[in-house]
Design a protein around this ligand. Structure first.
Ligand SMILES: Nc1nc2c(c(=O)[nH]1)N[C@H]1C(S)=C(S)[C@@H](COP(=O)(O)O)O[C@H]1N2
Ligand SMILES: [Mo]
Length: 309
């Protein structure tokens, strides 16, 4: 793999991988093809690892292994045991799939998976920082959410975006646990949703998404705690009032609407000052806005980040 000198990286390209800059068209159309065929072709993890060798985030940290990314998951619809998600998710049906986009928009629309894959896909290497203080670096495939939102034409009254995960207790055993107010719901302010970093992911490691990582389509908001990055989305609604997320409903004193990664605001039960990068020894300091501060700080100029945790 060729290297691009960092002097040649545009500011916009800072969060794009070298692979994407060099043109991931091959990998991407392959992924689209695989998805279109129901993801039937098996690519051995060793081959994926070889292809990803040398990939790093813009801070120089290597991407986590395909193995780590697909076997250590938070996905409470299946189980609260991170190492158990992949096995329980094995038979989940991701095709056909419909994503309904509506609410305060001029052009409500239902997107099939093929419609989502028709958006130009790109690879983006993002840090994922879980609120539990572990993190990974993940090479996603997808497209910025603003492209889809622009198509449906949000009305001026739209101030927030509400996202909902599929509800299928027969296939998702965790949804039989009535302790959680299913379905999983998340929300963003409209300007956060329109930010270019905010991704709708359809793949990872150059492949269609695995079920445990949110197939067939999930959100990725890299400057916020991982729980904002909702998986298996079936509904996106433009609304005028702040949505209540599943975590806000469950523990409002612990999980706020914003959930921006912030080393200075402690969780009531643990510090957020440092994190364990999966695959590394020891801990690393947690970065303000997970290292995306330059790109997102303007969104929060008028906000007290301690009050709005
Ligand atoms: N629907 C749904 N989305 C979810 C979750 C979940 O339990 N259900 N867990 C969240 C949490 S806490 C994290 S850290 C990330 C984990 O994503 P990953 O398993 O792809 O690493 O997914 C988020 N999205
Ligand atoms: Mo998380």
């Amino acid at each position: 793999m060729q290297k691009i000198p960092s002097s040649e990286l545009t500011p916009e390209g800072l969060y794009l991988s070298r692979r994407a800059l060099l043109g991931a068209a091959g990998a991407l159309s392959a992924a689209a093809l695989l998805a279109a065929c129901g993801g039937g072709t098996y690519v051995p993890p060793e081959v994926l690892e070889q292809e990803a060798a040398g990939l790093t985030d813009e801070l120089g940290a290597p991407v986590n292994s395909f193995e780590a990314i697909t076997t250590y998951n938070n996905y409470y619809e299946f189980t609260t045991n991170k190492q158990g998600v992949a096995r329980l998710a094995a038979n989940f049906q991701t095709s056909p799939w419909e994503l309904e986009v509506g609410g305060l928009v001029n052009k409500p629309r239902v997107f099939g998976l093929e419609d989502l894959l028709a958006f130009e896909q790109e690879e983006r290497i993002y840090r994922l920082r879980c609120v539990e203080a572990w993190s990974m670096v993940i090479p996603w495939l997808g497209f910025p959410l603003h492209r889809l939102l622009t198509l449906v034409e949000p009305r001026p009254e739209a101030k927030y975006v509400r996202f909902e995960t599929v509800y299928r207790p027969e296939e998702m055993p965790g949804q039989k646990d009535r302790f959680y107010p299913w379905p999983y719901v998340e929300g963003l302010r409209l300007d956060e949703a329109m930010h270019d970093l905010t991704l709708l992911a359809t793949g990872l490691y150059g492949q269609p998404l695995t079920v445990q990582n949110g197939a067939p389509v999930r959100l990725v908001v890299p400057w916020k705690y991982g729980f904002k990055s909702i998986k298996a989305i079936v509904k996106i609604e433009l609304v005028d009032t702040m949505p209540t997320s599943l975590w806000m409903a469950l523990a409002p004193n612990e999980y706020g609407f914003y959930a921006n990664v912030n080393p200075d605001v402690t969780h009531p039960r643990w510090s957020q000052a440092s994190e364990r990068r999966i695959g590394e020894q020891g801990r690393r300091p947690t970065l303000m806005f997970n290292g995306y501060e330059d790109q997102v700080v303007a969104l929060y100029q008028d906000l007290d980040l301690r009050v709005n945790y």
